[in-house]
Every structure is written in C-alpha cells, then in structure tokens.
Ligand binder design. Structure first.
Ligand code: ADP
Ligand code: MG
Length: 297
C-alpha cells in the first residue's frame, strides 16, 4: 500500500514513484522574511508523511499556501496531476485536499454535530444552518447527518453530539476537527500538529485514527514535534528549516541524520511557544483530564 518508497533516495526534492502532491519553486514572504522557499517536494500517494522542523520553519505557511488558505508569491503545485495554485481553499477542498489547523477552528457556539455538518458545507458557514433543521430536511441532508453521526461514532464523540463545541476539551476539539475534515471525503489530509495539547491516551487514539485512514487508502501529511510519534507512524519524513526543505527520507534514516538531530530534533522539547499560535503543545487548559503531559518519555 505505501507504494514503495524503499527504492527512493533520502535526499531533499527526490522524485517519488506515485506522487499525489508535487510542489515546484513555492515561495511565500512576509515583508522581508521568506517563510517558505521549497524548490521541489513530492508527497507519495497512500503514505503518511511527517513534516518536521523547528518553530518558524514555515510548515504551517506551506500548508496554508498549498491548501489555498494563503497565496504563494511564486511557484506551482499539482494535486493528483491537476494544477491547483491560485485556487481558493473551498475549491481545493472539493478536489480532495483538506487541512486542519494547529489551532482548532471549531465553532464554540454550535453543537458538535452542527460543527461536523457545517464542515461539509465548505465556506458557506452558518447560513446553511436553517436548512439543516427539521422539518426542512431533505434526503441529501439526512444522508449528511448519517455520515456526520458515523464520524462522531468513529471518533467516540457520539455522547457529546448535542453539546456545544465550546465545552469540549482541547483533545476532543482535535478529534472534532478531524471529523470535520473527513466530512469532505479528502484524498489528501493535511494535519497541522494534530496531537498538540492532547493527553497521551487521546494521542494514541488519534494516531490509531491516522494510521487507519492511511490503511484505507488516504494520503496523510502531518506536522508534528514529537519524534516518538513521527518515528512511530510515518512512512516518510520531510524536514524544513528557514523555509527550505533540508532533508527527507524514511523515519529511520532521518532519525540517524546527525545534522537533523542536532539542528532540529534536539530542540523539540524546549522551543519557545510562538505567540501567534496561541496555546502551544501541553498548555494546561488544552489538556483534558488524564495523565499529565510531563509523564511522557
Ligand atoms: P512553523 O509552522 O514551521 O512553526 P510558520 O509557517 O508558522 O512556521 O511561520 C514561518 C515564518 O513565517 C515565521 O517566522 C512566522 O513568524 C512567519 N509568519 C507566518 N505567518 C505570518 C503572517 N501571517 N505574517 C507575518 N509573518 C508570518
Ligand atoms: Mg506551525
């Protein structure tokens, strides 16, 4: 299934046998700062690819750009062979590339179910809501509700179905965000720090979900700081620093790469939080009841 990466050389920009996403010369600057400058990157279909690198490396910006939430200054990229640069997020999502955010974007004043239902409505937001309420339900909407309920079941959120999303713990919001993303039936799922602020038990469950999605044929690319997680579930690891792709390869190879270890991996536990990001991994109000994060190896 992880259609064979074993013959692929571990070097930045290397070609893959069956790439789903291909980036060329993608740059994005903010004032004088070039946040992203990726010459070439291919994401292999049917794999879990981890995107790692220190805070500020440009990982979230790269996700924003390719998923249509931000504009590139230059470059081109194709998704499943189709050029997608210049398309907006909802158009990209319709093609099958869906992302989640480092800070979850659940709507606190809607219920858990409504959050999932609205995700399928793309960017139309709350205006869709009246149409979802009985007795105006049409068969199509009943089918969507069924799908939403399946996803809530999958992520064990069924008992919270009618609670306001604002009452969920940080970890539960991460699960809800995954459910929302899956409502769009993605081919490629981009997860920005899906485990950040999630307690160890829920992390295990999230990892199980991600692996299962891959095993069902989905392609997953995720940003993660915890190297145990990265080594545990990735088929391939791409490393960014200063906006560039500086290394890529199988997890074992990346884990042995001294430059990567010294420069990037060693910093993972003591990086200062990025103030733009709000709560960072392990921030107390984002951790649902359970063993403290500090217990992790
Ligand atoms: P990462 O996700 O790898 O931590 P980001 O993509 O969030 O990194 O940020 C890369 C760089 O771009 C950082 O220096 C960050 O401060 C800067 N940056 C990101 N978004 C913006 C923005 N909207 N305006 C200005 N600078 C930004
Ligand atoms: Mg980020």
């Amino acid at each position: 299934m992880n259609a064979d990466l074993s013959a692929v050389r571990a070097e930045p920009g290397v070609a893959k046998p069956d790439p789903l996403l291909v980036l060329d010369g993608v740059t994005r600057s903010f004032g004088g700062l070039t946040a992203v400058r990726v010459d070439h990157l291919e994401v292999q279909r049917g794999t879990i690819t981890a995107l790692i690198g220190p805070n500020g490396a440009g990982k979230s910006t790269l996700f924003n750009v390719v998923s249509g939430f931000d504009r590139a200054d230059s470059g081109s990229w194709t998704f499943d062979g189709r050029p997608v640069q210049g398309r907006r997020a909802h158009q990209v999502a319709r093609l099958g590339m869906v992302r989640t955010f480092q800070l979850t974007r659940t709507l606190a004043r809607l219920t858990v179910l409504e959050n999932v239902l609205l995700a399928a409505g793309g960017q139309r937001g709350e205006r869709l809501l009246p149409a979802l309420l009985p007795p105006l339900w049409r068969p199509q909407e009943r089918a969507r509700t069924r799908r939403a309920d399946e996803l809530l079941e999958r992520f064990r959120l069924t008992r919270l179905r009618d609670e306001l999303a604002g009452t969920l713990s940080g970890g539960q919001r991460k699960l809800l965000e995954m459910a929302r993303a899956l409502m769009a039936d993605p081919v490629l799922l981009l997860l920005d720090e899906p485990m950040a602020g999630v307690n160890p038990a829920l992390t295990q469950s999230l990892l199980g979900h991600v692996t299962r999605l891959r095993d069902e044929g989905m392609t997953v690319c995720f940003v993660e700081h915890d190297m145990d997680v990265v080594m545990g579930i990735s088929d391939w690891v791409a490393v960014m620093a200063d906006g560039r792709l500086v290394a890529e390869g199988p997890p074992a190879t990346i884990g042995r790469n001294p430059a990567v270890v010294d420069a990037y991996l060693g910093r993972r536990h003591d990086e200062p939080p990025d103030p733009r990001e709000g709560p960072s991994p392990g921030s107390p109000d984002d951790v649902p009841p359970g063993p403290p994060e500090g217990d992790r190896p």
